[in-house]
Design a binder for this molecule. Structure first.
Ligand SMILES: [Zn+2]
Length: 45
């Protein structure tokens, strides 16, 4: 059971391609920016 827990806790966080900050994936799976940078990009379009 411990191994299962380690598996889930070792899921690598995604790294924002804009600012380099790590962030938990919570947007579309293809998102490569953190929530902060996504807002900036969307506002610029
Ligand atoms: Zn970012």
């Amino acid at each position: 059971m411990i191994a299962v827990m380690e598996f889930y806790t070792n899921i690598p966080k995604k790294q924002c391609v804009v600012c380099g900050n790590e962030f938990e994936e919570q947007h579309e799976s293809y998102a490569t920016e953190c929530e902060h940078c996504i807002n900036i990009i969307q506002a610029d379009e």
